[in-house]
Design a protein around this ligand. Structure first.
Ligand SMILES: [Fe+2]
Length: 286
C-alpha cells in the first residue's frame, strides 16, 4: 500500500497552476531581457513564425487542424501548463546552447518543479522525508571542486526529487511542504554526504493539455527516475543537473530529452538493502 493512498489525486490542473504560480513568483524574466535589441527580438520571432509557416505549407495543415491548435494552446494556458510544456519539449536545447562551452560537470534541464530556499541540512544530512518514506535508501557522497581541482568549501548542493510514487512536494497534494527537498553545504574539503531514497520514474501529468497532445500523437509521458540538483559556489557558474539510475527503461527515451551519459549514477547495493553511490561536481569559474 502506498503511503499516499489517502491523499487527494494529483492533477495536471493542480500541478500546472502551482508551476505557473511558482514561475511568476520567483523570476523576473522580462527584466532579464530588457536591453535586448529590437533587431534580435524581430529575428527570433520572425524565424520561429517562418518555421511554423514552413510546417503548414509542407504538410498542408487544414483549418480544422489550425483551430484545434488554437483551442489546445488556450487550454495549455488555462490549465497553467506552459511551464510544463516548455520545460519538457524546449528547455533541453536552451540548456545545450547555454552550457556548450563548460569544461566542468555536465548539466541538464531544471524542469518546472524547483523551489528555492529548501531547508539547510549541513554537509552530512538526510533529505527531509516522512516517517517510513517508501523507496530504496540511498547514501550519496561526493565533493564539489573547481575545474583546477580546488575543493570548494561551503558549496551548496540543492536537491529536489520525486517520491517513490513519482510526486513532488508543493506540486502534488498531500505531501509535507519540504518533502524530499533540501539544501546541503559542503565542508571545508568540499565534501558532502546525503541520505535519501531512490526516486521513481514518473509520467508527466497526463490529464491536462500536455497529456492530450501526448495521447493524440501516440507518445508516452515517462521520465526516467532522477535526482534534481543545483550546485553553486562563490565565483563559479551555477550548475543545474539531474542524475539518473542505470537500467531505467526510460533512460533512452526520456520525454524531456534530458538524459546524458555523464549524468548516470552507479549505485552499489549494500548488505542492508540500501544503495551507496559516489558522484561529485566540478564547477566552471564564473
Ligand atoms: Fe523531475
Amino acid at each position: 500500500m502506498s503511503i499516499t493512498d489517502d491523499a487527494p489525486a494529483a492533477t495536471a490542473a493542480a500541478s500546472g497552476a502551482s508551476a505557473t504560480a511558482r514561475f511568476h513568483a520567483d523570476k523576473s524574466p522580462y527584466d532579464a531581457v530588457r536591453d535586448t535589441p529590437k533587431e534580435r527580438v524581430s529575428l527570433l520571432a520572425r524565424e520561429v513564425l517562418e518555421a511554423i509557416h514552413d510546417t503548414i505549407r509542407k504538410h498542408h495543415v487544414t483549418y480544422d487542424e489550425y483551430n484545434a491548435l488554437k483551442a489546445w494552446m488556450i487550454d495549455v494556458g488555462e490549465t497553467g501548463e506552459w511551464p510544463l510544456f516548455l520545460d519538457v519539449w524546449v528547455e533541453h536545447v536552451v540548456e545545450e546552447v547555454a552550457n556548450a562551452s563548460r569544461v566542468g560537470s555536465k548539466g541538464t534541464i531544471e524542469g518546472p518543479y524547483y523551489v528555492p530556499d529548501a531547508p539547510e541540512q549541513g554537509a552530512d544530512g538526510t533529505l527531509p522525508m516522512r516517517d517510513g518514506e517508501p523507496g530504496t535508501q540511498l547514501l550519496w557522497s561526493g565533493t564539489v571542486s573547481s575545474t583546477d581541482g580546488t575543493p570548494l568549501a561551503d558549496a551548496k548542493v540543492e536537491l529536489w526529487q520525486a517520491d517513490a510514487d513519482g510526486f513532488y512536494s508543493q506540486f502534488a497534494p498531500g505531501l509535507p511542504e519540504w518533502n524530499l527537498r533540501g539544501t546541503f553545504t559542503a565542508g571545508q574539503d568540499g565534501a558532502f554526504r546525503i541520505r535519501t531514497i531512490q526516486p521513481a520514474p514518473y509520467q508527466i501529468p497526463t490529464d491536462g493539455a500536455c497529456g492530450r497532445l501526448i495521447a493524440a500523437a501516440g507518445w508516452h509521458a515517462w521520465r526516467p527516475a532522477h535526482l534534481h540538483v543545483k550546485v553553486s559556489a562563490p565565483g563559479h557558474q551555477l550548475l543545474t543537473a539531474q542524475l539518473y539510475f542505470p537500467g531505467d527503461p526510460h533512460n533512452d527515451d526520456d520525454i524531456a530529452t534530458a538524459v546524458k551519459p555523464e549524468l548516470m549514477l552507479n549505485p552499489q547495493p549494500q548488505p542492508d538493502g540500501s544503495a551507496a553511490v559516489e558522484y561529485g561536481f566540478v564547477l566552471d569559474p564564473a
